[in-house]
Design a protein. Structure first.
Lengths: 171, 103
């Protein structure tokens, strides 16, 4: 079990590092799908089956496709010749390295983490559905409202700005 | 290292690499990918502490991650629509060239 966990963790970490180091955006999107699959496999090993499959559906399915569509629509599929980094990239890398060092030091030396391994909890889908429909029904409704608003807003934002410009196209 | 520490270290690395990407890369879509990686790091923390923490039968970690995923989906849809709108307006998705609030 531990060996599988370490292999999954390594795959996830390597894929995430690949996402931010490749130059071509399409390759970045593919590596991102691999990283999200690794996170989903981690969820499955942590006994959260429903969340793992939801991760595959939402991230590997929907968001990866959405990002590939955005890459195609903005015509940025080719490898850029110029630098892909911003002007102040060194400061950003330094800050993120400091963040990782601090978090890693805290995780490795903290005495607050539980030492003994807890017995594996079960999260059957029936219990999750019961909780969503009874205790968390108000947040569920609000999330539905937010998703609807986001969908309508995304359509309105991505609409064409000027209708007069494309009069030469289709009738 | 306990499995909990492995998960937390993976999560810390995902957060750091997502932050580095969001701050240093020039392309707007890669900034969004970095934000998604950071959200995934937070979700991984929730699931890890749900699995190894106290009172897992309350399912709070799982419920929080489900809501966070829904909000991440909404954020990705609006963010990519903004990227497409900016590309249509400015003919670029290079963040170094998108500096004006007006125009």
């Amino acid at each position: 079990m531990t060996l599988a966990l370490i292999i999954t963790a390594l795959v996830t970490v390597l894929a995430a590092a690949t996402v931010m180091s490749l130059r071509n955006l399409v390759h970045c999107a593919l590596a991102m799908a691999v990283a999200f699959s690794g996170v989903a496999a981690l969820y499955l090993q942590l006994n959260a089956e429903f969340v793992g499959f939801a991760e595959i559906l939402v991230y590997v399915g929907a968001i990866a496709i959405l990002i590939v569509f955005a890459i195609l629509l903005t015509r940025s599929g080719e490898t850029p010749e110029k630098s892909v980094l911003t002007s102040g990239w060194l400061a950003g890398v330094a800050v993120s390295a400091m963040v990782f060092t601090l978090l890693g030091w805290a995780v490795l030396t903290s005495s607050a983490l539980p030492k003994e391994i807890a017995i594996a909890p079960a999260a059957p889908v029936k219990n999750i559905g019961d909780a969503l429909m009874s205790k968390f029904v108000l947040p569920l409704e609000i999330v539905g409202l937010v998703l609807t608003a986001a969908m309508i807003g995304a359509v309105i934002i991505a609409l064409k700005e000027d209708k007069k410009d494309n009069s030469g196209g289709q009738p | 290292m306990t499995p909990l520490q492995v998960c937390l270290l993976v999560s810390a690395f995902l957060f750091a690499i997502g932050f580095a990407g969001a701050v240093t890369r020039r392309h707007a879509i890669l900034v969004l990918i970095g934000i998604e990686l950071m959200l995934n790091a937070a979700n991984l923390n929730f699931i890890a502490f749900w699995r190894y923490g106290a009172h897992p039968e309350a399912l709070t970690g799982i419920i929080f991650v489900l809501f966070s995923m829904a909000l991440a989906g909404a954020e990705a849809a609006v963010g990519l629509a903004l990227v497409i709108a900016i590309y249509r307006h400015k003919k670029t998705s290079n963040l170094d060239e998108v500096k004006e609030l007006k125009g």
